[in-house]
Design a protein around this ligand. Structure first.
Ligand code: HEC
Length: 162
């Protein structure tokens, strides 16, 4: 009996000794020297640096209404627009643009119907361009993912939706 108690005590003592070590191992991945998202210090550009590529200026909604699509609806532009629409818009707006994409179904309100029977088609080209650039309500902004010409190609393609 005595021997057993001693063995048990020894086991407990060993465990107590090892536990902090275990914790150390467990937390290794977490407590690594890398910065976590949003953690200070935020990496800012060096002092006095200036942007070399400029920054896109998105027109206001009022300006947008009178803008003309600089991209003409050639076969090339429409097929590019269709391809980009398939990648960036179909998940929410659906193939038909009616707002019934697999992700879109989870949205309240559901994504706009972009076809001629929906309110998407009532917008002038420029308004569509600004909506794609800035996003709207639950819809994300695409200015970082799509170059201006690509957004205009999508607008040209939207006009062909039935
Ligand atoms: C993550 C889902 C999602 C994606 C991806 C998405 N949209 Fe939307 N879109 C929405 C939702 C939701 C609305 C309705 C916004 C509201 O009224 O709050 C909407 C609305 C719109 C409208 C109407 C805005 C208005 O105010 O009348 C247009 C036009 C539009 N989307 C075009 C596009 C195009 C083009 C793409 C692809 C470049 C796209 N959307 C990608 C979710 C999405």
């Amino acid at each position: 009996m005595k021997g057993r108690t001693a063995a048990a005590l020894l086991a407990i003592a060993m465990a107590a000794l090892l536990l902090p070590a275990c914790e150390k191992i467990d937390r290794n991945m977490w407590d690594n020297p890398a910065f976590k998202p949003q953690e200070e210090p935020v990496r800012l550009p060096p002092r006095d640096s200036i942007p070399t590529k400029g920054r896109e200026r998105i027109p206001s909604m009022a300006e947008a209404a009178s803008l003309k699509n600089p991209v003409s609806p050639t076969e090339g532009n429409l097929s590019k627009g269709k391809e980009l629409f398939g990648i960036f818009c179909v998940p929410c707006h659906g193939d038909s643009g009616k707002g019934d994409g697999p992700v879109g179904k989870k949205y309240v309100p559901t994504p706009a119907d972009l076809g001629p029977s929906g309110h998407g088609a009532h917008h002038p080209d420029g308004t569509l361009f600004v909506v794609i650039s800035n996003g709207a309500g639950g819809m994300p902004s695409f200015r970082a993912d799509l170059a201006p010409v690509e957004r205009w190609q999508i607008v040209a393609y939207l006009r062909t939706l039935k």
